[in-house]
Design a protein around this ligand. Structure first.
Ligand code: AGP
Length: 608
């Protein structure tokens, strides 16, 4: 997720662009740049690192001009460095482009452009867009951009400038947000409302497939069919703080609601039209994958819970034994790993000291280590044999939410890849599973859209001091994640157990004051879970159940039911997690806790 801004008006563009990028830094902050239409042509300045590096560079060497585009990057392709920073130019330097999204077919476009003599200098998907516009430009930038986007597969929000049309910005969007602020004799293109709010509250909303011709006093929008259309115009009531959180009260709630997009972007392009799972990052032949004797997953906290979900999927589909360990234990217990072991390090920040140490330990013992992370260029990417990225965008809230479900999406792809390569799942099986996996964004949207009752449920439990979370099978890591969410943001003690373990001790804790949350979605052990619920009730315990829509039976046994859509058991971890995130969120909020920055916690634990 990146932030793009374009300005055209009568004021100095660099001031507006840098101010707008500052409001979008939550969308990405590993490099930034601007391209300003100067008297001698386009002046392009880029800096790696946080925005202030760019601001200082522009202050030291001002860029006069009233038209320009800017970008703050959250890298998806190509490390965070100046060469990969946006804006990107064509061969002539007369065209500049900024982009937010993922161009799936960028490799083939790069090959086509290089074969036609274009010289591409970065490792990004975006640079191919600048050269495509160059190749299609015949005197009309809108036409060149329309022809360009017709070649793109994937998501994009673009702003393009050309020296030959100095009073124009052309914008285009597909699957990535893009809005246009309409001011007094000035127009601002941006990824999100915060970038325009101090200049105007009048906003045009572009739709997928739109291409917009932007001038200081006019905006002309062409729909996907090339026909002129009137975009929706809204008057924004938000204040700036609300706008940065997308209108949500906190970053955590915004990020909980960004999960459909995070899952969609992480799954994007992962099953080819030929039915083959696309995971080139693994860089292993089918024979090498078939030779894997064991998978070892190392991670901490929420990422460890994602690893436990992956264990269930990899063992069920690929029939490979999987061991999951917290990094701080793995690194000290002389782990039995060797060249026959595939080690997977899961870390959304890519900076967790214990997990980095685990990677070093594994590789030191001859194993290949792959990272699953949300941060391009993070330490773990430089210390692993390969990287599979989640595409959740920056996660500001300390409590992991969208990165967790994006990790499960990425791990689901990995499990399918291993199974397909080892022949334990045929193309038909993979296609059948993928049919459900690919609908997870919509399933998650449905849960988020129907979650109104969770706050009312939360109100009954804000005063408790302790709680238990239970589940069976894939429901155990879900219960563990639900318990972690509750304890880390509400400070209520919460402990997760396999439901079958209740009678081996934890049941002694049951009273009316210790609510029990049970993951009771449909699955092979559903009846057993219901029995466990009855054991709790028989001892005066109160139960909140996560259950499958249409299960009226469960409602007879519990105080509250948090319903989720029916899915197969293997795909149920993400749906079952969402209500538990929201339950923890509402309890913590009602208790007056700072959910974005809970006490004693850091977003990235870079110390041991
Ligand atoms: C999760 O909500 C916590 N913030 C914490 O447990 C976190 O998952 C853990 O520190 C691991 O972080 P990582 O994924 O960046 O390695």
């Amino acid at each position: 997720m990146c932030g793009i801004v374009g300005y055209i008006g009568s004021r100095q563009a660099s001031d507006i662009l840098l101010g707008g990028l500052a409001r979008l830094e939550y969308r990405g902050y590993d490099s930034a740049g601007v391209a300003i239409m100067g008297t001698g042509g386009i002046d392009l300045v880029r800096r790696v690192g946080k925005l202030h590096h760019l601001t200082e560079a522009v202050a030291a060497c001002p860029l006069p001009g009233t038209v320009g585009i800017g970008h703050t990057r959250w890298a998806t392709h190509g490390r965070p460095n100046e060469q990969n920073a946006h804006p990107h130019a064509d061969c002539t330097g007369r065209i500049a482009v900024v982009h937010n999204g993922i161009i799936e077919n960028y490799l083939e476009l790069r090959e086509e452009l290089a074969a036609a003599g274009h010289v591409l200098r970065s490792q990004t998907d975006t640079e191919s867009v600048a050269h495509l516009v160059e190749s299609y430009y015949e005197g009309d930038l809108v036409t060149a951009v329309r022809r360009t986007v017709s070649r793109l597969t994937g998501s994009y929000a673009l702003a393009v400038v050309h020296e030959a049309e100095p009073d124009t910005i052309v914008a285009a969007r597909n699957d990535s947000p893009l809005i246009i602020g309409v001011g007094e004799d000035e127009t601002i293109v941006a990824s999100d409302i915060p970038a325009v709010l101090e200049h105007t509250r009048e906003v045009l909303v572009l739709e997928d497939g739109d291409v917009a011709l932007v001038r200081r006093d006019s905006v002309t929008v062409f729909g996907e069919d090339g026909v002129l259309r009137e975009p929706e115009r809204i008057h924004v009531e938000w204040d700036l703080d609300a706008a940065e959180k997308g209108g949500y009260e906190t970053f955590m709630l915004k990020e909980i609601n960004e999960q459909p997009t995070a899952i969609r972007e992480t799954l994007r392009g992962r099953l080819g039209s030929d039915g083959i799972v696309q995971l080139s990052e693994l860089a292993m032949t089918e024979a090498e994958i078939a030779a894997i004797e064991r998978v070892f997953i190392v991670a901490c906290g929420t990422s460890y819970h994602a690893g436990l979900v992956a264990k269930t999927l990899v063992e069920a589909w690929a029939r490979v034994p999987v061991e999951v360990d917290v990094s701080s234990e793995f690194r000290y217990r002389q782990p039995i790993v060797d060249s026959g072991t595939l080690v997977v390090a899961i870390t959304q920040s890519g900076e967790t000291a214990d997990t980095l140490a685990g990677v070093r330990e594994a590789r030191g013992r001859g194993a290949k280590a792959f990272a699953i992370t949300n941060v391009v260029g993070s330490r773990v990417t430089r210390e692993s044999d390969g990287v599979i990225y989640t595409h959740a965008g920056p996660e500001i809230g300390v409590a992991a939410t969208k990165t967790f479900t994006a990790q499960i999406a990425a791990l689901t792809v990995l499990a399918l890849k291993l199974a397909q390569a080892r022949g334990t799942l045929g193309k038909h099986d993979v296609a059948h599973i993928w049919d459900e996996v690919s609908r997870l964004p919509e399933t998650t949207e449905a849960i988020l859209g129907g979650a109104d009752g969770i706050e009312a449920c939360a109100r009954e439990y804000t005063g408790v001091r302790s709680s238990l979370f239970l589940g069976r099978g894939i429901g155990v890591p879900v219960a563990m994640e639900g318990a972690l969410k509750l304890k880390e943001i509400s400070y209520i003690h919460a402990e997760a157990y396999p439901a079958g373990e209740m009678k081996h001790g934890p049941i002694a804790l049951i009273t009316e004051e210790v609510p029990v949350v049970v993951v009771a979605t449909q699955g092979r052990t559903y009846e057993k879970v219901v029995s466990n619920i009855q054991e709790v009730r028989a001892r005066g315990g109160r139960v909140i159940a996560v259950a499958t829509h249409g299960d009226d039976e469960i409602a007879r046994h519990v105080e509250h039911v948090l319903y989720v859509p029916r899915t197969s058991e293997a795909i149920s971890a993400i749906p079952a997690t969402i209500p538990l995130q929201l339950l923890a969120y509402h309890i913590a909020t009602l208790r007056g806790c700072n959910v974005d920055q809970p006490r004693n916690l850091a977003k990235s634990v870079t110390v041991e």
